[in-house]
Design a protein around this ligand. Structure first.
Ligand code: COA
Length: 172
């Protein structure tokens, strides 16, 4: 059975090697999640250190999915907004290792992230995702509303422009 947990800053620091494996695997698999190929787990560690610092500062929620004691999936909710947007969270970096896909982990992570965000007073979540990606197909199944497409927003990890699709979800 998968275990879905929200990590403390200390747990986040301890999880960096596993999280780096998951992120590097997703980039190697062609996911447009901020980084370019080639991208090794070592390359990913500074990013996760920044995330752990954001967790420590209360600016981010970090959730993980564990299977057989190993972290194979993760998602974040950016919670540090401007003073006029305290009710909004930014859903980020939904990542599941290729070896663990298709088992419902993304759904479990998203449901837990939404519950956790709601308990912290968030009533609106937003995200963007690469147009045409596996992820784009998933969010409507989880109750997210598609807003539209911004062309040439980012690059695919192997190069070439990538459009992005914006989504939002009201909580509660
Ligand atoms: C997107 C991603 C997180 C999905 O993870 P997953 O654990 O395999 O997804 P799940 O098994 O929980 O599937 C969730 C739902 O989406 C559906 N789904 C999964 N993969 C799908 C695909 N490729 N196309 C269409 N639907 C899909 C499932 O059937 C399931 O629907 P249901 O619960 O209504 O039956 C994973 O493919 C991934 O990490 N991709 C690379 C990183 C990425 O692009 N992240 C998004 C950043 S915004």
């Amino acid at each position: 059975m998968p275990d879905i947990r929200t990590l403390s800053a200390e747990e986040a620091r301890a999880a960096i090697p596993d999280l780096a494996e998951v992120l590097a695997d997703c980039v190697a698999g062609g996911a447009s999640v901020g980084f370019m190929q080639p991208y090794t787990p070592e390359d990913a560690e500074p990013y996760w250190l920044e995330v752990a610092e954001a967790v420590a500062g209360g600016g981010s929620l970090l959730l993980v999915a564990e299977l057989d004691g190993r972290i194979v999936g993760t998602v974040q909710v950016g919670a540090a907004q401007m003073p006029n947007q305290p009710h909004r969270g930014d859903l980020k970096k939904l990542l599941v290792h290729r070896s663990a896909r298709g088992k419902g982990l993304a759904r479990l992570l998203m449901e837990a992230a939404e519950r956790e965000a709601a308990t912290r007073g968030k009533t609106l979540l937003v995200l963007d995702t690469a147009t045409g990606s596996d992820a784009e197909a998933i969010y409507p199944r989880l109750g997210w509303q598609r807003v539209g497409v911004i062309p040439d927003y980012a690059l695919w990890p192997e190069g070439g422009f990538c459009d992005t699709t914006l989504f939002y979800k009201r909580l509660g």
